[in-house]
Design a protein around this ligand. Structure first.
Ligand code: G6P
Length: 492
C-alpha cells in the first residue's frame, strides 16, 4: 500500500468505471441502505482507491443514489471511513439500454468470451455507447485538477474514452485496464466498429490485460486494422506519435483481506452455516459464488455434481453444494434464459437424489454482501469455479484468501486467467463432466496435509501478487513512460 502511495507522489487518481463501488438503495423500513455490488472489478479496485484516495467516476445506478450526493454529484465513501470521492453520473433509460445493456453486454461481452452466445450489434446501441463514453470522458476532465492527471479507465464499457480523454488532456497518464478477454483478430472483426474500438483504446498510455495472450491478440488487431507501428521488443503500439504500452497485469485481491480479521475461524463459520441450513455438522460443503451469467458454467458445474453423486454413492446425504448466484443484467433475454436453465437443472438433480431433509444442490439466487460471502468461503471445504471463459476470476483468489486455516480445495476451470497463477488448484476442463466430477471427488477425499501444501502455495502466490502490486506495477510503468516522454520533450 505504501509503495503504491509513493508511486503516486501524493497525486490523486481518477478512476473511470461503469459500476460504482457503493450503491445507495431504499430499504424496506423507509431508510437508505448501502449495497456492495457483485463485481470482480469493484472488489479489486476498491481497496486500491481506499489506499490511494482520489475520485471514482461511475454510473449512479441505485434508486437512492441521487439523495446522497452533493451539488457536484459527489459522495464521500466508504460510508463511515470516507477516504475517497465517488462522482455519480446519471444515464437516461435510453442511454442505459443502448450503452450498457446493448452494446456493452449484448455486444462486447459475448464477443469477448468464448461461451457460445451470439453477440448482437445494433447501430442505435453503438450511438449510445459513443455518446455515453463522451459523457463520462467529459466528467473525468472536470474532475482533473492538473493538466497531467493519472486516470485509470476500466473495462469494456469505455473502449472509446481513452482517445476522447487524450484529445482533451494530451499530457494525461491514461492507464486502461480491460478486465475481460480480448479475442483474436477474426473474432474481434465481427464487431462492425472494431477499428474504432482499437483506436479508442490507443488513446491510453498503458493498456493492460490479464494475460499475455490477450496482449498478443490486441497487438495483432492493431497491426491488422489500423495504421500503426508495433514495437515488438517493448510491447508497444505507436500511432500518430502516441505510444501505448500493451502489458499483462494479472489482477488480484487485497492482502490481507479486510474481512479476514472480522470473520470467525473456518470451523465456526461452517458450524454456524450448517446449523442455519439444518444440516448435520459433519456435512461436506462445496460452494460456488457467481453472478448469474452464462459464462460462469453453472450448468456444467451442477452436472459435475450430479455425476459425482452417481459415482460416489457414499456422498448421497453427506455432501451439499451451495450455489450463490447474484442476479445480473436481468433485462437481457440470455440472462433470463440462464436463470431458468439453472433453476430447472438444480430442481431435476434434487428430485433425482434428494431425500427427506437433504438436497444435494442449494441454489440461492439473491445478492449476498461480501462480508457474508467471505464467511461462506471459509465454511466450504471445496470451491468449484467452472467458468467457460473468464478474464481472471477473483472468486478463486478470494476463496484462497479466506482460508487462513490452510485447508480447503479449489477446483478451477482451465479457461480462467486465475488458472495460470493458481497452479496448485485442481485444474479442470468444465465441459468435461467426467473429469470435473473426478476432481470434485479427489477434492473431497484429499488428505489434510495435501490440502495444506496446495493451499499454502496458493496463499503465498496471492500474498505476493496482490492487488496493490497489480496497481503498483501499472503506476511504475506509467511513471517510466512519463519520464521518457519528458526527456523526449526536452531533447526536441
Ligand atoms: C465483470 C466486468 C465488470 C462488471 C462485473 C459485474 O466482472 O468485467 O466490469 O462490473 O462483471 O457486472 P455488472 O454488469 O453488474 O457491472
Amino acid at each position: 500500500k505504501l509503495t503504491l502511495r509513493r508511486h503516486l507522489h501524493g497525486e490523486r487518481i481518477i478512476v473511470l468505471a461503469n459500476r460504482e463501488p457503493y450503491i445507495h438503495q431504499h430499504d424496506a423500513e423507509g431508510g437508505i441502505g448501502v449495497v456492495h455490488p457483485a463485481s470482480g472489478l469493484v472488489s479489486a479496485l476498491e481497496p486500491v482507491m481506499r489506499a490511494c484516495s482520489g475520485v471514482w467516476v461511475a454510473h449512479g445506478a441505485g434508486d437512492a443514489d441521487r439523495q446522497t450526493v452533493d451539488a457536484q454529484d459527489h459522495v464521500r465513501v466508504p460510508p463511515g471511513e470516507e477516504s475517497y470521492l465517488l462522482r455519480r453520473l446519471w444515464l437516461s433509460e435510453e442511454q442505459e439500454r443502448g450503452y450498457y445493456y446493448g452494446f456493452a453486454n449484448e455486444g462486447l461481452w459475448p464477443l469477448c468470451h468464448v461461451a457460445h452466445a451470439r453477440p448482437t450489434f445494433r447501430t442505435e446501441d453503438w450511438q449510445q455507447y459513443q455518446q455515453v463514453n463522451q459523457k463520462f470522458a467529459d466528467a473525468v476532465c472536470q474532475e482533473a485538477s492538473s493538466e497531467d492527471p493519472v486516470i485509470l479507465v476500466q473495462d469494456y464499457h469505455f473502449a472509446l474514452a481513452p482517445r476522447m480523454l487524450r484529445a482533451r488532456l494530451p499530457r494525461a497518464t491514461i492507464i486502461t485496464f480491460w478486465h475481460i478477454p480480448w479475442p483474436n483478430v477474426e473474432q474481434i472483426s465481427i464487431c462492425p466498429w472494431h477499428r474504432e474500438l482499437v483506436e479508442g483504446l490507443l488513446g491510453s498510455s498503458i493498456l493492460g490485460f490479464h494475460t499475455q495472450q490477450h496482449c498478443n491478440n490486441f497487438m495483432e488487431a492493431a497491426d491488422h486494422f489500423i495504421e500503426s507501428r508495433l514495437d515488438r521488443e517493448d510491447f508497444a503500439v505507436i500511432r500518430h506519435g502516441q505510444r501505448t504500452l500493451v502489458r499483462a497485469y494479472p489482477i488480484s485481491v487485497e492482502w490481507p483481506h479486510h474481512h479476514a480479521s472480522e470473520a470467525p475461524p473456518a470451523a465456526q463459520c461452517r458450524a454456524e452455516l450448517l446449523a442455519q441450513l439444518q444440516l448435520p455438522p459433519d456435512t461436506l460443503l462445496g460452494i460456488g459464488i457467481d453472478r448469474l451469467d452464462y459464462t460462469k458454467g453453472i450448468e456444467e458445474r451442477f452436472r459435475a455434481v450430479e455425476r459425482l453423486l452417481e459415482r460416489e454413492a457414499a456422498l448421497i446425504g453427506r455432501f451439499v453444494f451451495l450455489q450463490i448466484a447474484s442476479p445480473s443484467r436481468t433485462q437481457i433475454e440470455r440472462y433470463q434464459q440462464v436463470n431458468r436453465d439453472v433453476e430447472e437443472l438444480a430442481a431435476r438433480i434434487n428430485a433425482r437424489f434428494g431425500r427427506e431433509g437433504w438436497q444435494p444442490i442449494l441454489l440461492r439466487r439473491r445478492h449476498t454482501e461480501p462480508a457474508d460471502v467471505f464467511r461462506l468461503y471459509r465454511a466450504a471445504q471445496l470451491c468449484y469455479v467452472s467458468s467457460l471463459h473468464d478474464g481472471m476470476n477473483l472468486v478463486a483468489k478470494e476463496y484462497v484468501a479466506a482460508h487462513d486455516d490452510e485447508l480447503g480445495v479449489l477446483v478451477l476451470s482451465q479457461f480462467t486467467g486465475a488458472s495460470r497463477e493458481l497452479r496448485e488448484a485442481l485444474i479442470v476442463n468444465p465441459y468435461d463432466i467426467e473429469a470435473a466430477s473426478g476432481a470434485l471427488a479427489q477434492a473431497l477425499l484429499m488428505p489434510a496435509e495435501e490440502q495444506t501444501a496446495r493451499m499454502r502455495a496458493m496463499r503465498r502466490a496471492i500474498s505476493e501478487a496482490n492487488v496493490y502490486r497489480w496497481a503498483g506495477r501499472m503506476l511504475i510503468d506509467a511513471s517510466r513512460l512519463r519520464r521518457r516522454e519528458q526527456l523526449i520533450e526536452l531533447l526536441t
